[in-house]
Design a protein around this ligand. Structure first.
Ligand code: GLN
Length: 196
């Protein structure tokens, strides 16, 4: 299983390490051609507007939309979740628009710019260490989407088919259970049986 991590900005090396610990081969993706032989893609945290600009510049917008529409799983963390969303609160535009969720950027007040909490995440863990850094939250999960986790009544993880979004940074801890969950999604979409 080969997973790419979009390497335009953000926590790339950390995701690669976690994906490898969870059992995949992981590579940084800097050029559109590198998407070709991948089974799944991670879009890391960083600054969504900056990553979006670079995605346009290097031709990733359309290429990643096609990747997702070809039913290849995509996992967006923090800024990556904002990039996946088809609605951003207070903005008329969106970036990839692949996932039917509405997000609010920088949703946890100033005094809480960065914090870690233990969260239950459906199908992943009852005690996942979630690191939030100027994090968004998910205001709405529509269509056939599924809420996986909430923190203080706010949705912070969701899945819709081949798409997975987390408001926090699962790559900044030693816990790779969320990456493992994503790899199970990839296996599912490759038609392999996922072991319980
Ligand atoms: N605040 C950032 C944004 O809106 C996301 C922060 C992050 O990825 N840690 O893009």
């Amino acid at each position: 299983m080969k997973i790419g991590v979009l390497a335009l900005q953000g926590a790339v090396a950390e995701h690669i390490r976690m994906l490898e610990e969870a059992g995949a081969t992981a590579v940084p993706v800097k050029k559109v051609e590198e998407l070709e032989d991948l089974d799944g893609l991670v879009i890391p945290g960083g600054e969504s507007t900056t990553i979006s600009k670079l995605m346009h510049k290097y031709g990733f917008m359309e290429a990643i939309r096609q990747f997702g529409q070809a039913k290849k799983p995509i996992f967006g963390t923090c800024a990556g979740a904002i990039l996946l969303a088809n609605r951003i609160n207070g903005q008329d535009d969106f970036h990839l628009g692949l996932m039917d969720i509405k997000v609010e950027r920088n949703a946890f007040g100033r005094q809480k710019e960065s914090f870690e909490v233990s969260l239950p995440i459906a199908g992943v863990a009852s005690d996942f260490p979630a690191v939030f850094i100027r994090a968004p939250y998910i205001m709405e999960v529509a269509g056939n989407g599924e809420i996986l986790s909430k923190y203080e009544e706010k949705i912070v993880a969701a899945r819709q088919g081949q798409y997975l979004a987390a408001a926090f940074h699962p790559e900044l801890t030693e816990d790779f259970r969320m990456h493992k969950y994503f790899l199970d999604m990839v296996k599912e979409y490759r038609g392999e049986k996922v072991q319980a």
